[in-house]
Write a protein that binds this ligand. Structure first.
Ligand SMILES: [Zn+2]
Ligand SMILES: [Zn+2]
Length: 339
């Protein structure tokens, strides 16, 4: 869908908070490293080892925070059009393993399944076989609207894949949409979720470290032993900001880790998902069943990648295509039986 002039203007103006954030990082870096670590701590007689440690830690955390931040700002979360076109082409070329795929889910109960997870490849084959039976075009949905109808975006004019939502600010559908964030002028979705998580994670540690290390220095400075100058006011302001953001971000990170290990997005956490795993069945919903929850470790690696040495680096290695997701066999079978 082509963007309107209004949406283009919103996108350009939306970079002001991004510039503000980057400016805050630069100022914070100057105040903490140059004023506090290199001048004030020296005056206060702090050990050289401590000053060195704080500076190395601050540099590392600032680099990782800004790197993650730039990635989440500039990496598009993904739209369904390209991913759907690729999948539809691939699906129409191969449907050879229908029987294999059905073996995983149609054997009476989840307990007897060969694997606790239905891989996205198997799901693709299963959905294709259902569509063939129904003589309809390829569909990649197992979630539907409350009334059981297919999820369709009238603005973008295509079926919304599972976990995809239309963002009115971005003016397009976003794969695995989590939320739109004005501070990054972007949506958090399938392709940039990992960068968002790493950004809030590193910034939370950075703020907490800065706030704790600034506290004793500020106490000495404001205890009356020295005349207060403009640098001290900057440090006091930095202490206040890092303290507040540190507390806020710790809770925010905790919430997003909870979502990550349970394989939920913020939107899914707020609404009740309706499933229709068989096109001929009726819609089913459950407060407790999350068909995308494939176990803590797999939920984690689905977003952060399978290589542990890349988990904490903001490089793109999220698994999948953003349209089809591996499913829990147990949840799938339970929903199948409920229909
Ligand atoms: Zn849309
Ligand atoms: Zn958006």
């Amino acid at each position: 869908m082509a963007k309107t002039t209004k949406q283009k203007i919103i996108k350009v103006v939306g970079y002001l908070p991004v510039i503000l954030c980057l400016g805050a990082f630069c100022w914070g870096y100057y105040a903490y490293v140059f004023i506090y670590c290199r001048q004030r701590l020296l005056t206060l007689g702090a050990p050289n080892g401590l000053r060195l440690f704080l500076q190395i830690a601050a540099h590392l955390l600032i680099i990782l925070s800004i790197w993650s931040y730039l990635m989440v700002v500039f990496i598009h979360p993904g739209t369904p059009s390209k991913a759907l076109a690729t999948l539809k082409g691939r699906t129409s070329r191969s449907s050879s393993s229908d029987d294999d795929a059905n073996l995983y889910v149609r054997n009476s109960s989840g307990r007897d399944s060969e694997s606790p997870v239905i891989e996205s490849q198997q799901l693709q084959t299963m959905l294709h076989s259902q569509n063939e039976n129904a003589n309809s075009s390829p569909s990649f949905q197992i979630t539907v609207k409350q009334n059981g109808d297919k999820r369709y975006c009238r603005k973008c004019e295509y079926e919304k894949p599972d976990r995809c939502h239309h963002c009115s600010i971005c003016g397009e559908c976003i794969l695995k949409m989590d939320h739109h964030c004005p501070w990054i002028n972007n949506c958090v979705g399938f392709h940039n979720q990992k960068f968002f998580l790493l950004f809030i994670f590193y910034t939370a540690i950075l703020c907490t470290l800065a706030a704790f290390s600034l506290a004793p220095g500020l106490y000495h400075l404001f205890a009356g032993q020295m005349a207060i100058d403009i640098d001290d006011i900057q440090l006091a302001f930095l202490g206040l900001l890092t303290g507040l953001f540190g507390i806020m971000l710790i809770f925010f990170v905790g919430f997003h880790i909870y979502l990550l290990v349970n394989n939920r997005t913020t939107i899914e956490n707020l609404e009740r998902t309706v499933y229709k795993v068989d096109q001929n069945g009726s819609p089913t919903t459950s407060k407790y069943l999350n068909v995308f929850n494939i176990g803590t470790y797999r939920n984690f690696t689905e977003v952060m990648g399978r290589k542990p040495y890349l988990w904490f680096l903001p490089v793109g290695n999220t698994e999948g295509n953003g349209v089809l997701y591996p499913l829990s066999s147990y949840a799938y079978n339970t929903l199948s039986m409920a229909e």
